[in-house]
Write a protein that binds this ligand. Structure first.
Ligand code: UT7
Length: 325
């Protein structure tokens, strides 16, 4: 038994912040941001929008494509690091907004690898026969956790959501393999220091800007390149698939230089890599399902195609999924 994606959807907030807008806010330049990251602009949620709203919009589209109603869904998994609130899960709020009354619901925090982690859990539930129809969502409102005075992070991040519907496959197509990994020894490369049991919110934590995302970018970059190059090669090898057979690589959209290094290691030209980083920046757990939805709707993937998803992020966490569409 395999699981198969039968619907995809995505939602990006309307408001655009360009590199030129950021030039007015911090000491940076459009040229620096484009050359070092590949990002030109990013989306930012309106004041009224929260992570479950973005997730809801993406989920409705994914369910429409799948031809299912919310009542058909057995389980909702939301990958996010910027959920509506610490308690309850954003998945429960989404379940209510969708009126998906039959569905169990929980969140996964695996930072930028969150969607791959959530997909792995959904795949296991389907393979085991426990659930039939699972909604997997990556949603982020990172703008609320972004220090708009910190040029090393604010130029990178964006808001958005992507969703997929998984169901048992009735043929050889579907998710062929998913592997997820973690190394907690490097947790402090990418983190939000305050707001948890370690450092609860206080006047001091607010004053010291400790509720915002902190990243040691260059160190993270180096581990990401090394790890992803090894990961994609091993994933294809283990499944007996040659990179020449891959129709599309759908990477987590963190940095164009990381994506290019991974593609180069696979011998793939960039026309076989899904890219939207220039428009949306790094949307963490949302980036892969948004890119997958755009690839599907733009006709970049067709039935029977091999596609490879890969991500790397805070935790540290990383993972890849090989799919026959
Ligand atoms: O989503 C999953 C995890 N995240 C990632 O995988 C992201 C990984 N990291 C990166 O993408 C890159 O490391 C960055 C884009 C964040 C930074 O690029 P870099 O080539 O690693 O630059 P750097 O951090 O080594 O900084 C180079 C210089 C520094 O100045 P000095 O020390 O050389 O004088 C920075 O202060 O660039 C400076 N800098 C900036 N300059 C203009 C840092 N941010 C900016 C900025 N504008 N926004």
């Amino acid at each position: 038994m395999r699981s198969r994606i039968i619907g995809t959807g995505s939602y990006l907030p309307e408001r655009v912040i360009t590199n030129f807008d950021l030039e007015k806010m911090v000491d940076t330049s459009d040229e620096w941001i484009r050359e070092r990251t590949g990002i030109r602009e990013r989306r930012v949620a309106s004041e009224e929008e929260v992570a479950s709203d973005l997730a809801h919009e993406a989920s409705v589209k994914a369910l429409q494509m799948a031809g299912l109603s919310p009542k058909d869904i057995d389980l909702i998994i939301v990958a996010t690091v910027s959920g509506d609130m610490p308690l309850p899960s954003t998945a429960c709020i989404l379940q209510h907004k969708l009126d998906a009354t039959k569905a169990a619901a929980f969140d996964i925090n695996a930072a930028c690898s969150g969607f791959i982690y959530a997909l792995a859990v959904a795949d296991a539930f389907i393979k085991s026969g426990i659930y039939r129809n699972i909604l997997v969502v990556g949603t982020e409102v990172l703008s609320r956790f972004t220090d708009w005075q910190d040029r090393t992070t604010c130029v990178l991040l964006g808001d958005g959501a992507g969703a997929v519907v998984l169901t048992p496959s009735n043929n050889e197509y579907g998710v062929l393999s998913i592997k997820i990994f973690a190394d907690g020894s490097m947790w402090d490369l990418l983190h939000i220091p305050a707001g948890g049991s370690k450092m609860p919110a206080s006047e001091e934590t607010v004053k010291n800007r400790l509720h915002f995302i902190k990243m040691r970018g260059n160190e993270t970059f180096k581990v990401a390149v090394r790890t992803l190059e090894k990961l994609v090669i091993e994933t294809l090898k283990e499944n007996g698939v040659k990179s020449s057979e891959l129709a599309l690589l759908i990477p987590h959209q963190a940095n164009m230089r990381i994506i290019s290094a991974t593609a180069k290691r696979l011998g793939l030209s960039l026309d076989r890599v899904m890219l939207n980083l220039d428009k949306y920046g790094n949307t963490s757990a949302a980036s892969i399902p948004i890119a997958l939805d755009e690839a599907a709707r733009q006709g970049k993937i067709k039935e029977g195609d091999y596609i490879l998803l890969e991500a790397f992020g805070g935790g540290l966490t990383w993972g890849a999924a090989l799919i026959r569409w």
